[in-house]
Ligand binder design. Structure first.
Ligand code: HEC
Length: 305
């Protein structure tokens, strides 16, 4: 019996680890957008792995907290060593997450303020995990009440940072309302911000001409998810007239008022769907003839607001 138990636990541990990895990796792999036509780039290849590895520090720190509750109720030298082991895994996983996160943040397609908050809280989470690991290491060498309390406080700080960083990360990829958009209306009303503020000058929300009002609806339907307040793919957005004219990262003006034929936006929206540059990309529903005419007429009219 005594010989059986350790190997049983070891086998169970490996099975659990494998199942956990499969559960995380399988859905994450399908999230990675396929871009086979781009030249190979390590950044582009590795960046999506941020979404795979980030679940490890969260899961391992949460598990450690549960183990810590157990040790608190039933002190055990053996479990103390297990906690040190899981904290080491958490430190390694958070270092990997932060490195992949640096790659993921490149490209400027995320809302900069949310991105910077997410980065800050992510770094705070990683650092606090390291400090908690160090505190636990100290208390393993020299057991004492102070170090245990300090470790528990730090572990709570880690959890708090992970919750905030995780939520901000979710807001970056799924939009700021991803958690509450399907909540009961009472909850949504409670959470909703004060009434719409007046739109900034140049914002398409201030549209008053019939052409601009019509084109705003088209952009909001087909483009704003990737080119709006929450994401700015290629640093381009369709809710601001100045950026609409200027274009994005390519440096090519997207809209030339009065000349749809010279407008890059029209060129991109009329490319065949199979083209790598077609807008919207990735097989998303393209502009239909009426929507395209709406955009063309708006440009012909001088791209008014
Ligand atoms: C699913 C996300 C997505 C949607 C929806 C989308 N785009 Fe894009 N858009 C992108 C990406 C990604 C790029 C960068 C492409 C590249 O660099 O190869 C881009 C680039 C552009 C550019 C070039 C910006 C520059 O760098 O000058 C324009 C113009 C553009 N999109 C217009 C539109 C319009 C108009 C719509 C709606 C009809 C639209 N996009 C819908 C993802 C999207």
């Amino acid at each position: 019996m005594t010989r059986f138990r350790p190997s049983f636990f070891r086998a169970a541990w490996w099975l659990l680890a494998l199942a956990g990895f499969a559960a995380v990796a399988a859905p994450a792999a399908s999230v990675v957008p396929a871009m086979p036509t781009h030249p190979f780039s390590w950044t582009r290849f590795l960046a999506p792995f941020h979404m795979v590895v980030l679940h490890f520090p969260i899961g391992v720190v949460a598990t450690t907290a549960l183990l810590e509750i157990w040790v608190w109720r039933k002190p055990s030298a053996e479990l103390r060593r297990v906690v040190q082991f899981t904290m080491t895994i958490a430190v390694l996983a958070s270092i990997a997450t932060m490195l992949f996160g640096v790659l993921r943040a490149e490209g400027g397609e995320y809302q900069p303020a949310t991105l910077s908050h997410h980065r800050g809280w992510g770094i705070a989470a990683g650092s606090s995990i390291f400090v908690a690991w160090a505190l636990h290491w100290v208390q393993l060498r020299e057991p004492g009440r102070g170090a245990v309390v300090a470790f528990r406080v730090m572990l709570s700080v880690c959890m708090a940072c992970l919750v905030v960083a995780g939520h901000l990360g979710g807001s970056l990829t799924h939009g700021t309302t991803y958690l509450t958009e399907n909540a009961p209306s009472a909850i949504r009303d409670f959470l909703s911000e004060t009434p719409e503020s007046t739109p900034a000058p140049g914002s398409l929300s201030a549209a008053s001409s019939p052409e601009a009002i019509a084109v705003k609806a088209v952009f909001e339907h087909k483009c704003i998810a990737c080119h709006g307040p929450e994401k700015q793919k290629s640093k381009f957005r369709v809710d601001d007239r100045e950026i609409l004219l200027k274009g994005g990262k390519s440096g090519v003006p997207a809209v030339v008022p009065g000349d749809p034929g010279k407008s890059n936006l029209i060129r991109l929206c009329t490319l065949p769907m199979t083209s790598d540059d077609a807008m919207p990309p990735d097989g998303k529903e393209p502009l239909d003839a009426r929507e395209l005419m709406t955009v063309v007429k708006w440009i012909q009219a001088g791209a008014p607001l």
